[in-house]
Every structure is written in C-alpha cells, then in structure tokens.
Design a binder for this molecule. Sequence first.
Ligand code: UDX
Length: 448
Amino acid sequence: MYFQNIIVFGTGYVGLVASACFANMGKSVVCTDNCIEKINALENHQIPIDEPQLPELLENAVKNQQLLFTINPEEYFEQADFFIIAVGTPSLADGSCDTSSVFAVAKQIGEKIVSSKVIIIKSTVPVGTGEQVENIVKAELQKRAIYDIEIFIVSNPEFLKEGSAIDDFLKPERIIIGVQCQEAYLKMKDLYKPLLDQGYQIIPMSIRSAELAKYAANAMLSMRISFMNEMSYLCEKAGANIEEIRLAIGSDMRIGKYFLKAGIGYGGSCFPKDNKALEFLGKKYDVPLSLISATIEANKNQQKIFLNKIIDFFEGGLNEKKISILGVAFKPNTNDTRHSPGLYFANELLKKGAHISLFDPLVTTKENNICLLKQETQNRFEISNSIENCTQNSSAIVLCTEWEEFQNLDFDFLSKNMCQKLFFDGRNQYTKKHAEKYGFTYISVGRP
Ligand code: UDX
C-alpha cells in the first residue's frame, strides 16, 4: 500500500522531472494528467520526451513503488500533503499566458479535499495567479460548506533547462519559494529537506515576487542572447568578430561568460512564450518594458538576417535546389522543436521552392511539427536517417543545432557527397579556414 504524499498535475517537462526527482528522494508520488493517452503511455513505460536520466529515474521510482501514474488522482487526494501544479501555460493569441489549465486543477482540488493541503504552483504563471488559485479552491470549499481547513498556496517556479533538467532539479542553483506565512515555508523546507541537507539553499520571498522571478530570469537570459545577436550583425558590418567580443566581455565578472553565444536566435518552449507573457504583463500594469519588446524583435530579425544570407546566395532562385538542414531541435539533447530556428528555415526555404532534407539525431517524423510540414509539402521535404543521406547531392548545408554529432563533420566526404560546396553555420561550430580547406564557401554569424 502506498503512502501518497505528493500529487503532481501535468506530465510535461516540469511535471515528469519533479515526479521522478521527488520520488527518487523517497517521497511517494502520484503523477496525473487529463490526457488519458499520455497516462496510458507512461504506464507502459513510454516517455513522451527525450531527457537524459529521466527514463532511468522514472523506471526506478515505479519499480520501488514510489511513483504511479493515474488519470483519476482524486482517490489519493486525502493521503496527499502536497499538490504540485505543473500543467502547461501556453500563449494565447494576444501573447498573454493561458492559465486555464492551472485554474482547472485548482477547481479539481477544491472540489474534493476535506483537509488542510499545500498547493504548489510550479507552472510559469503571471503575477497574481497564486491569489486566483487560492480564491478558486476556497470558493469550491465554500460550496461544500467547508470553512475550517487551511490552504497554503506556494509559488515554487522551476528553472530547469531541457537537456539537463534532472541535474537542474537535483543540483539547483536556487530553490525559489514564494509563501504567505511561516508555516507554509516550514512545510516547503520539509519537502526539500533531502536537497537542503546537501547544502542547497532556499530563497524565500513573497508569492508575487516568486511568480515574477521566473519571467525576469528568462527575460534576462534571452536579452543577453538578443544583445549578442545584434552585436554579431554589427560585427559583420564593422569587420569585427563576435567570438572575440564574447571572450572580451565574458571575462568581466560583472557580466559573466554564459548565455553570450550569438547564433540564429533562441527557440524552445520558454523564452518565446514567457517574453510575450511578460510584455503583456507590462501592458496590464501600464509599465513600458521596451527591453523585452526589443529582445523579441531582435530574435526575429536574427533569423531573418541569416535566412537572407541563404536566399541571397542563390541569386537564380532556390527552385529544385536540395538544402540540407542539420539539426531541427531548438537546442542539443532534446527532441523539442518548438520555436526551432531549423524549422523556421525549413519552412521559409520550402516557400522559395527548395527541396529540404533534414537530419536531427533525436527528432523524427513522429514529432508533430515535422508531421505537419511533411503533409503540407509532400515530396519536397524529407527527414533523413543519416548525415550522408541528408547531404547527398545537396547544394548547401545549414547547421542549425550544435549537436555533438555535428561537431566533427567529415568535410572531405561532404565535399564529394554534395553537388555544391556551401556551408551556412548558424552556430559558429567551424572556421572559415577549415571549411575553405575542403573547397567550401563558408558563412557564419558575426565573423568576418
Ligand atoms: C530556458 C531557461 O534556461 C530555463 O531556466 C527555463 O526554466 C526554461 O527556459 P531551455 O528553453 O530549456 O531553458 O533552454 P536554454 O538552454 O536556456 O536555451 C534557450 C535557447 O537559447 C536555445 O534556443 C539556445 O540555442 C539559445 N541560446 C542559449 C543561445 O542562442 N545562446 C546562448 O548563449 C545560450
């Protein structure tokens, strides 16, 4: 018999990683989702995301009876102390954050609980959501004439990065805990005790600050990238080298060396979505967040600038030209293609009449975005099963993701395999000198 003390709502990155990690810390975890297919798949050991260490941790937790998946979590509600909301909060058409799934979970909890609970919001949500969740839960309790139980609302945003999510969770740089009272804080300390015992620190704050902290962190990181991307274009025009600028400014301790790599723009599920939500929040409170708007704009420009380099090169047009895209995951070690620069280039080049062959170590035709593209473009688009097939008789390579597999490409082979020797390096993985040695015309980002 399980002693269920945590219920996790959501089987996306945040929900699955939290479930796996808390279960392996010795907690009993019930993980749920309103999508029955996802739960069925998880019960059959099929994990919807490719994340290092996650399969092993999930497998181990299930085997040790620390974790179970269910579509009907209500039967475990009474035994649970902590309810973790980790459902998706996608963008609405106006850029604002869609919190409807968070509120639906709050209602589900309020409709059933009969004793005091801690409700932890891990989903990225706008300032004030904690209060709204509390109101929803209390309104449901009132409907059932329950007035005497305490509800502790906590904001505990997740800062994990895809590809290193487990390490980010188990070796956190910070654990942000937003609470309204000391009692809730003590309960959270108890939950995180295994990590606190190893010396990891909680930073306690108000719920509103914790909610905003997540957006501020993502905004700061993406702003740095956009800044470097704008600098890279200036470097190209002014004859400087962005890699040298990066070294120069990154060695200043006040600036730091991380998140300064220029490239073809940031992608993924968080930066694009969260920046839009933050921009919206600024409008709501009538506070101009011009840096956020500029960050979003610069990211779009960066992709267009690189695209135009490709289009301009083919003065006679791209009709019938085969272009090889290496990497369609938005970054290495994930199969996530949300807001992926590689997909953007594939789409735009297809519109110009090109044939696209795409290779990525993890992304397959099963992936939704790829499936759609294939349906729309039929025979002008293919997913290759190897770099060799992808580049055969191709007119150009466009390197979009810095996968390890692409770091030691056999240029000698490529020069014989391709019909035109053109290399667009969106991630500055090689040098002009190296590519030219094999007869390639080499175009990268922010370098002379
Ligand atoms: C990000 C945040 O890092 C994480 O804290 C938050 O919880 C979720 O959003 P993630 O989207 O997984 O994580 O990826 P990250 O490694 O941050 O990269 C985001 C994008 O920025 C990628 O497209 C990456 O290629 C790009 N990037 C990153 C750069 O272009 N240059 C850099 O120097 C760093």
